[in-house]
Design a protein around this ligand. Sequence first.
Ligand code: 13P
Length: 251
Amino acid sequence: MRKKVVAGNWKMNKNLNEAIQLVSELKNELSNFEPNCEVIVCPPFTNLESVNTIIKDSKIHLGAQNMYFEDSGAFTGEISADMLLSVGVEYVIVGHSERRAIFKETDEVINLKLKQAFKKDLKPILCVGETLEQRESGEMKSVIKSQVTGALKEIPASDISKMILAYEPVWAIGTGKTATPEQAQEVHKFIRELISELYDETTAENLTIQYGGSVKPANAASLLSQPDIDGALVGGACLQAQSFVEIIKSA
Ligand code: 13P
């Protein structure tokens, strides 16, 4: 059985006080029931240490939104894997579409970041997804395939078992336009088959594949009931404890 994972990507939201308030509320809510999934929060770098102190003895796991692929040195403005580990980070989002589009991250860079994460024992959440233009011109599968194969170049099956993959169609991120459960399921199944081709069936069957893109309390249950959708990577709806908890309950 694959584990279901619900992660909240806070993006560039919440200052320190707001972060403490949100994660305290979340911790409090989660102490009232036993979630049927793993719960991860990915706050901005500046909040990681304080958030970690609050969630230490809770069911909540800590993730970062990005990191650099070098160990240390003259890389002004970047954050290393060791820095993340030193403040209790367990997961790291790699290759988010906003990093690809706004910060021009290539599959090559994403591949280096994944290798660095595995080397340092951080668990990556690798994001892939097509734009509306690519979907409408019939390129969706070839785009997903090249993102997955590019990111996973030279990465062994033993590492795949430590990571999470997230399918996030770019046209559904922050737009309120969710992929239908059937649309998402089709791509998740395609990704799992691709992993099976690149590695083997067991590796593919065990891989948690999250869906991300306008996941809300109202649509989470139908998305998460699809056979190949193993969780959610939530943006906007994770910024309020109540709506994030409702999505966790749907899982
Ligand atoms: P929204 O849930 O705001 O669409 O964001 C999804 C996302 O990008 C999560 O990484």
